[in-house]
Design a protein around this ligand. Structure first.
Ligand SMILES: Nc1ncnc2c1ncn2[C@@H]1O[C@H](COP(=O)(O)OP(=O)(O)O)[C@@H](O)[C@H]1O
Ligand SMILES: [Mg+2]
Length: 309
């Protein structure tokens, strides 16, 4: 189900039933498993990264599936939910390892008055990278998303932590208790940290993604397995549509034409993302698909070039 107008612009209140969302817009979000269709060569790159205990660096255009790869790997290999670290220019390595709320602790000490209880644990939480490096029987999965958006020094600082597979929480190294239960990223689970030292026992499965906005130093690249997401082909897109929407695409049908046009535009140099195609297919399939004229208007709306506003 799909295209049905809700809003008409007449300003008259009415009761409308809003149809089910596309499968990729249901909440709470669930990790993508079978829907993801690996492009040729990606499987080998993932396996090389797993074998060699090296991060996988994925480059390629927006919407090519880079951030989704880790979900399928984590799901298929039962590594637990992937930990996610989304990088911005303000991201720091320390934030990704752990967060310490110094002000909150001072405040609590003041309120605590004379009973003298001072517990640091409630004011500490491990970040996504800090959690991924906890000792464990199986590797955890970690996504370091859009690493090219980081501050210039971050990749080499990160490299250092990943080479050593350990880090220190200085606030705990000099704390009165030897062992502190610290909250992990993404839940209420705790881990007993001894004298502020964390050392991994299984190097995590790490996917880093980059839209290619910057080059990385050779020392960084040398320690990663690199893979570039290819431009999607007609057979790959057909498989994606079928996997996401459980649709059969007949040759010569409007959906088949949509895919052919999409590939032709991408090959002609336009920037378009797979999500846009999936959106267009979603509104165009099912019971109340729009008529011909409407369809053209919608395709124009949904498949606008990305490099222009
Ligand atoms: N190979 C693929 N198989 C299935 N779906 C894909 C594939 N590549 C992209 N998609 C779809 O496109 C969406 C955007 O992918 P995403 O991982 O966010 O791209 P990127 O991180 O490269 O910008 C995903 O949610 C997924 O629905
Ligand atoms: Mg992404």
């Amino acid at each position: 189900m799909t295209w049905s107008p809700y809003y008409t612009g007449d300003g008259i209140p009415r009761d409308v039933e809003i149809a089910d969302p596309p499968p990729w817009r249901t909440f709470p979000r669930r990790a993508m498993g079978k829907e993801f269709q690996p492009p040729p060569g990606l499987v080998e790159a993932v396996n090389a990264a797993l074998h060699l205990r090296r991060p996988l660096l994925l480059t390629g255009p927006a919407g090519s599936g880079k951030s989704t790869v880790v979900e399928q790997v984590a799901n298929e290999l039962k590594l637990g939910d992937a930990l996610r670290w989304h990088i911005t220019s303000r991201s720091t390595l320390t934030d990704a390892l752990y967060r310490y709320d110094a002000l909150g602790r001072i405040h609590a000490q003041r309120l605590g008055g004379s009973d003298g209880v001072d517990d640091i644990a409630p004011f500490l939480q491990l970040g996504p990278l800090g959690t991924a490096l906890l000792p464990s029987g199986r590797p955890r999965a970690l996504l370091i998303d859009e690493v090219d958006k980081s501050d210039l020094d971050l990749p080499s600082d990160l490299l250092d932590v990943l080479e050593r597979g350990e880090y220190e929480i200085p606030e705990l190294a000099r704390y009165k208790d030897d062992v502190v239960d610290v909250r992990q990223w993404g839940g209420d689970e705790r881990h007993a940290v001894e004298r502020g030292r964390v050392r991994c026992t299984q190097f995590p499965f790490i996917v880093m993604t980059s839209n290619g906005e910057r080059d990385f130093p050779a020392a960084f690249l040398r320690r990663c397995i690199r893979y570039t997401m290819p431009q999607p082909t007609i057979p790959l897109l057909r498989r994606m549509v079928m996997a996401h929407l459980r649709l059969d695409i007949e040759d010569g049908s409007p959906l088949s034409d949509l895919i052919t046009d999409f590939v032709a535009r991408v090959e002609g140099g336009e920037t378009l993302a797979v999500d846009q195609l999936l959106n267009a297919v979603h509104v165009m399939s099912g019971g109340s698909a729009p008529d011909e004229g409407h369809r053209r208007q919608l395709v124009e709306l949904l498949l606008r070039e990305l490099s222009r506003a």
